[in-house]
Design a binder for this molecule. Structure first.
Ligand SMILES: C[S@@+](CC[C@H](N)C(=O)[O-])C[C@H]1O[C@@H](n2cnc3c(N)ncnc32)[C@H](O)[C@@H]1O
Length: 380
C-alpha cells in the first residue's frame, strides 16, 4: 500500500506525521490520559512493547518536558485566556496570595517538567533513542526482563536479586503489545491475551501500591475472564476505546487503577497469572447475595455515575467472569479512524517520523531484492 493511500484512509496516520509522532498510537495514549488523568502524580513509568516509540514520546514530552496535549492543553489555554480577560493574574499580585512556582508557570502557559522522572521502554525491536528514555531490547515474556527493568530504573541503587525483596518502584506500567497478526482471529486474540498476561505478571512485580496499569486488549469472546482477573489486583478496571482506535477493530485498552495485592496472595513468578495461578476472588463480589432481582440481575450506580450490571449465577465458570465498564474516550466528533478522507490536490505526503531501525521484514526485503523483486519481475 502506498503512502498516500494510507494518508487518505487514516486521518491519524497523517496527523501523527504532521505532529512529529512516530506512530498514530500516540493519540490513543493522549486520549486515554484525557479520560483517566493517567499521568497525575506519576514520575516512574515502564512502557512495554514500546517500539517505534510514540507512547514513549508522549511520556517524554509530558513528564520530562512538561508539555500538555489534547483536551488538557485546550483547557489550560482556555483557563489562561480567561484569567487574562478577568484580570485575575494581576489581581493576585495585590491580594497577598503568593503563587507557587508551578501556579506561576501554569498561568504563563509555560512548560511544567517534573522532577526525578524515570522512564524505561522495552521492546523486541530496537528503538531509536528518545530524550530521557532508557530503552531495552527485550522480551516481556522472559522473567529476567523484570530484573533488567529494575536495574535500568535505579542503576545506582539496584542490588541484584532485590526484585523479590519488595522493591516496587513504578507508578504506571503501560503495554501496547501486539503480536504480528495472522488473520486467524481466535489465534490472534489468544496470542494477544498472552502478551497482556505477561505485562500483568511483570506489573505485579514492579508496581507501587496504588499504581496504574494500562494494556491493549482484543475484545474476544472470553475477555471477561481477563477483566475478572485484573479486578482482583486493582480497585478500578475499565475497558476504554479511544477515538483514534478504529471502531471496526477488536482493540481496546484495559485501564486499571489502585493496584493492591489481595491479602494472602503471593506473587510467584513460577506460577504466573493466566497460566494456572489461582487468583483470589475479591471479597466484595460475594457480598449481598440476596439483592439480585427476580431476573437474577443487580444494578448499582457507582460514585462516578457508571451503572454496573451484575448477573446472579451458580455456574462456577460464570463466577470467574466480570464485564468491565466500557468507556469511549477522546473527542467523539474528531476524525474517524475508519474513514477515508479526501486530501487537497496540492498535498505533500510526509515521510514517517522514525522509520523502523531494524524491522523483522528487512531480511525478507533484502532477499526479495537479490532475487529480482516480487515474482522475479522487478529489479528493485
Ligand atoms: C503496536 S506496537 C507498539 C507501538 C508503541 N506503543 C508506540 O506507540 O510506538 C506493538 C509492539 O509490540 C512489540 N512486541 C510484541 N511482542 C513482544 C514481546 N514479547 N516483548 C516485547 N515487545 C513485544 C512489537 O515488537 C511491537 O513493536
Amino acid at each position: 500500500m502506498g503512502k498516500s493511500s494510507k494518508d487518505k484512509r487514516d486521518a491519524y496516520y497523517r496527523l501523527a506525521k504532521e505532529q512529529g509522532w512516530r506512530a498514530r498510537s500516540a493519540f490513543k495514549l493522549i486520549q486515554l490520559d484525557e479520560q483517566f488523568d493517567l499521568f497525575s502524580g506519576v514520575t516512574r513509568v515502564v512502557d512495554l512493547c514500546a517500539a517505534p516509540g510514540s507512547w514513549s514520546q508522549v511520556l517524554s514530552r509530558v513528564l520530562i518536558k512538561g508539555e500538555s496535549f489534547g483536551r488538557r492543553a485546550w483547557e489550560e489555554k482556555q483557563k489562561k485566556e480567561g484569567e487574562i480577560l478577568t484580570g485575575e493574574v494581576e489581581e493576585n499580585e495585590g491580594n497577598g496570595h503568593q503563587d507557587t512556582g508551578e501556579e506561576k508557570q501554569a498561568k504563563k502557559g509555560e512548560l511544567r517538567p517534573r522532577k526525578d522522572v524515570r522512564i524505561v521502554a522495552v521492546d523486541l525491536q530496537p528503538m531509536a533513542s528518545l530524550e530521557g528514555i532508557t530503552s531495552l531490547k527485550g522480551d516481556i515474556t522472559t522473567p529476567s526482563t523484570v530484573t533488567r527493568i529494575l536495574r535500568a530504573l535505579d542503576p545506582d541503587t539496584y542490588v541484584d536479586d532485590a526484585e523479590d525483596s519488595g522493591s516496587h518502584p513504578v507508578d504506571l506500567v503501560l503495554s501496547d503489545g501486539a503480536p504480528d497478526v495472522t488473520g486467524l482471529h481466535d489465534l490472534d486474540i489468544y496470542i494477544q491475551s498472552q502478551l497482556l498476561y505477561s505485562a500483568l505478571n511483570l506489573a505485579l512485580r514492579i508496581l507501587k501500591p496504588g499504581g496504574k496499569f494500562v494494556a491493549k486488549v482484543f475484545r474476544g469472546k472470553d475477555v471477561d475472564l481477563i477483566y475478572a482477573q485484573l479486578r482482583c489486583f486493582f480497585t478500578s478496571v475499565h475497558c476504554a476505546k479511544p477515538r483514534s482506535s478504529r471502531a471496526s477493530s477488536l482493540e481496546a485498552f484495559v485501564v486499571c487503577e489502585g493496584f493492591n495485592i489481595p491479602k494472602g496472595y503471593k506473587v510467584d513468578p513460577t506460577r504466573p497469572v493466566g497460566l494456572g495461578a489461582q487468583v483470589p476472588v475479591p471479597e466484595k463480589r460475594n457480598k449481598d447475595k440476596g439483592s439480585f432481582d427476580s431476573d437474577g440481575q443487580r444494578r448499582t450506580m457507582r460514585e462516578d455515575g457508571v451503572t454496573v450490571l451484575e448477573f446472579e449465577s451458580d455456574d462456577e465458570e460464570d463466577k470467574n467472569r466480570w464485564i468491565a465498564p466500557f468507556v469511549a474516550c477522546g473527542d467523539l466528533s474528531a476524525w474517524d479512524a475508519d474513514a477515508t478522507y479526501h486530501l487537497p490536490k496540492d498535498r505533500v505526503s510526509l515521510d514517517p517520523v522514525q522509520p523502523p531501525t531494524a524491522p523483522p521484514y528487512k531480511r525478507a526485503l533484502e532477499l526479495r531484492r537479490q532475487q529480482g523483486g516480487l515474482y522475479g519481475k522487478t529489479s528493485k
